[in-house]
Design a protein around this ligand. Sequence first.
Ligand SMILES: [Fe+2]
Length: 202
Amino acid sequence: MAYTAKDYGSLIGMDGFSDALLNNHFTLYQGYVTNTNKLLETLAAMARDGRGGTPEYSELKRRMGFEFNGMRCHEYYFENLGGKEALDRSGVLAQKLAEDFSSYDDWEKDFRATAAMRGIGWTILYLDTLAGTLVNQWINEHETGHLAGCAPILVLDVFEHAFMLDYGLKRPDYIAAFFNNVNWKAAEARLKERHPSQSASA
Ligand SMILES: [Fe+2]
């Protein structure tokens, strides 16, 4: 089954994000979808043809983490943007953040600090689905640093292509623009889906 690139055109016009930046970003995302499909097809053909034990197969297999996560992380990111409403401070997500990080503000400080780290990658608020707790994590490039058994709740792209066209080196300004456009309902829905007790208490 091939993956299909999703259309995030509805995000055009979002405050703090130029059309040019968003359109470039959509094109980059589509490239990850294309490459994920190519890799899956090529690897399957190589294994079928008895070329599974080759260095070429091994290197392409390692590449999957980069292309697949490049595709999927962008989908989480675009889907948790375009929000029009502030986080409901009495909702399950705000309450869970306050519980697991002492306060909502302490969570946001840690999330922003993670996002401001030097380097390219992603900042992800994860739900550890086994322990039932939230954690902020840095992902290097697309594939290094993901936590096993954790589900993304809020995803922020901090590759330079995500902000330099509009903000230059002012990454904190981009992070502020991100916070102004978070789709908190989407993030909260992820929490409810992956943490049944949060759903039950909603
Ligand atoms: Fe990106």
